[in-house]
Design a binder for this molecule. Sequence first.
Ligand SMILES: Nc1ncnc2c1ncn2[C@@H]1O[C@H](COP(=O)(O)OP(=O)(O)OP(=O)(O)O)[C@@H](O)[C@H]1O
Length: 338
Amino acid sequence: MTESPSVLLSVKNLKRHFDVGKGKTLKAVDGLSFDVYKGETFGLVGESGCGKSTAGRTILGLYNNTDGEVLFEGENVHGMNDKERQKFLKKMQMVFQDPYASLNPRSTVFEIIAEPMEIHKMYSSKKELRKRVHELLEDVGLNRDHANRYPHEFSGGQRQRIGIARALALDPEFIIADEPISALDVSVQAQVVMLFQRLQREKGLTYLFIAHDLSMVKYISDRIGVMYLGHLVELTTSDQLYNKPLHPYTEALLSAIPIPDPDIEESRERILLEGELPSPIEPPSGCVFRTRCAYAMDVCAERKPQWLEKEEDHFVACHLHDETIMKDSRNPRKQVQV
Ligand SMILES: Nc1ncnc2c1ncn2[C@@H]1O[C@H](COP(=O)(O)OP(=O)(O)OP(=O)(O)O)[C@@H](O)[C@H]1O
């Protein structure tokens, strides 16, 4: 019998809405639910504007939640007092997309990495602190000579390594990496992904890895949640998502990944998404994806799809996969095969 994985983070019907004036509300995150298991990498994927960053920040408690809850090791992230919050913030850290914007240009690398440890008063002696900063630099593939330099003296990939060293400073259990490789050259992306993987093995880290496409995330993630307009539309293991996607949006994301073989690349069918992402201020009724879905049926405008477990660990929110809807003979598109 295999042991069931232990849940580190549980996101339950999480909502984060923004008041955008004139009585209107922008539903950036509108009912997310998923668990992240200890030691895994959970990929959260969706195009720009679908609410990934807002989800990450709300999970970390940087934003208040509008509704729902986030449990970290069973504790409610949005219901903590200051002391509990300080303790929690040591365990959960964030790595940002643009390492240049997230590192203070006037601080040395030493100061950048040491700062969180100084705030949390982790070392009483300067010597110990220095030793720890040097260790962290080595952990991320830099060296101690880099400590006295400034962020502008480094390449994009090296700056992201500095950002990762800072995130590791408090010895966290969980890291939310918000598009950590999107701003980097393709050649550097793989190196940073490998660094994340090595650190995970060495330190037993758990990751929530946010990305706007599936090309890298499918290599690094154990499971992937596909997000569209504030909602999850599909969730399963990386292999299953790649080999047997169920949601039309996932298919479109997969078909956007370039294939290195030019013959296959030229002959394969691409599923293009029509139109723009609708506004989260006035999302479509029923299924939020229906306005860009090639398979949309009447029912898609009328009813919100249910979150269905089609196979073990494979969830989808799409009427095409809902037998109770597809067996309805009044449905004009019931023959559609996805
Ligand atoms: N502070 C805010 N106030 C109002 N609207 C916001 C705020 N932050 C985000 N939004 C809106 O929420 C929606 C989701 O944004 P978010 O940045 O979370 O998406 P994303 O998928 O991470 O996109 P990107 O990759 O471009 O950052 C967008 O429509 C965005 O304009």
